[in-house]
Design a protein around this ligand. Sequence first.
Ligand SMILES: Nc1ncnc2c1ncn2[C@@H]1O[C@H](COP(=O)(O)OP(=O)(O)OP(=O)(O)O)[C@@H](O)[C@H]1O
Length: 269
Amino acid sequence: MASFPILPYSVVTWRPSVKLNPPISYSAKDRAFKVSCDHSCFEARDIKYRPPGTQINLLNDVSFTLPEKSFGLIFGRSGSGKTTLLQLIAGLTKPTSGSIYIQRYSDDGKPTQPPVLLSPERVGIVFQFPERYFVADNVFDEITFGLPRLKSDLKVKELIARRLERAITSVGLSGISLDKNPNSLSGGYKRRLALAVQLVQTPELLVLDEPLAGLDWKARADVVKLLKNLKKELTILVVSHDLKELTPLVDKSWRMDVGGLLTEKPLPV
Ligand SMILES: Nc1ncnc2c1ncn2[C@@H]1O[C@H](COP(=O)(O)OP(=O)(O)OP(=O)(O)O)[C@@H](O)[C@H]1O
């Protein structure tokens, strides 16, 4: 298993960090969330989301804290707002109010600096049935689709080549020809490819919507094993109905109730 992320954060210089202005202030209620954060946490506070032109909030006062390199799982009824939350975290939609940010803490649980807004470049999102969104006719083009085109100088090319190689290795696609048509891969390999597409962008937080949906038992077991390995190097947040299979990986879990209400709860298995 290749170690991941591929490059130290400082090397990937095109990833902007946006400071919140004004900085978030901390109440006694907020401090209760810090207990489990040793270093950095991905945090959401009081997220509300109402789609434009509608009268109903899909998400209501959603708050959570996910320590870095941990595995979080959100479960709950269909239509409760889980996918909507993932889309907000990935920056595909903006919350109506509230914020999602990264907070660093010292060993004694105090914030060491102002929170930094979570920018979309730091998040990789794998949609439910990601293979439906493949755009290229070979594996190489699919993985490199979102990368800078290769007019760049040699150093950038080398950097991209290393990122590509490590993404492929880390999802176990090394044995597959890069010329292969993505649609000719098995279900499990398509999921690996969808993960590689995100990993090549070196995200710090990977969010996955129903990563086991539609796979046979063998492919499901393979994806669980893959996620277990990725968890060593990345923070992962999953929305899933497949609680039993994912239980061994889960560090924190939440139930989303209809009306977009998120509560930290142990898995009901
Ligand atoms: N842009 C929108 N405008 C209005 N309603 C929306 C919009 N986007 C989603 N919804 C509705 O919001 C609710 C929450 O949808 P969401 O897909 O987030 O739920 P979910 O918990 O992920 O469901 P599932 O488990 O079935 O995937 C659904 O009733 C959906 O129809």
